[in-house]
Design a binder for this molecule. Sequence first.
Ligand code: BG6
Ligand code: MG
Length: 220
Amino acid sequence: MKFADLKGFAFDLDGVIADTAKFHSQAWHQTADKVGTTWTPELQEALKGVSRMDSLEMILKAGGHESDYTQEEKEALAAEKNDNYGKLIATLTPADILPGMQAFLDELREKGYKLSLASASKNAPKILKYLGLTDYFVGVVDPATLSAGKPDPEIFARAAEILDLPANQVAGLEDSAAGIKSINGASELSIGIGDQLSEAAVRFSDTSQVSLANIEAALR
Ligand code: BG6
Ligand code: MG
């Protein structure tokens, strides 16, 4: 993709805009302990970007517990995780915006790029509010309306629809392997943040590196 074609950005939230990936991990770690699944760095990484119920299924499967719980019990486990997560995010303020992201969002707004949110999290609108960022976005994809979560392309395709732009004018920003797959599947420009995203078209080691100048340089 040429830099000059870019008109809009679809953002992931957890681990891209907000320092909340650590809170999801902390809460899921508690769930893993409860069901008897060993918590590993690989499991922690694989859960990034994955919806609440899919995450629970992965945790159960990792410990061989996929048949140990009824649907009702699974829903209770997921609700308990969300309660624990809710307590952790209740303290969020604009100070929890990841390094460089406030400046990047300001730069995009100033230069007239359109922004939408493609987060798998049902807590995303609340978090945007805590961070004071709601007004930056034309719209937020409601993950409850998706037929499939990341890595399926649906969420990033919907984020481009919200922007009213064709896929080849949209870049997606992600910190998860599942999210990069989703962006690539939607034929948008994938921008990965972190060291483990080999499938991303453009890669940055952390959020402080993300700027229009650095994206332009990477595409040159
Ligand atoms: C993603 C996170 O943004 O949202 C995942 O990376 C999380 O870790 C998913 O499981 C769903 O979040 P929630 O808030 O709806 O449980
Ligand atoms: Mg994320």
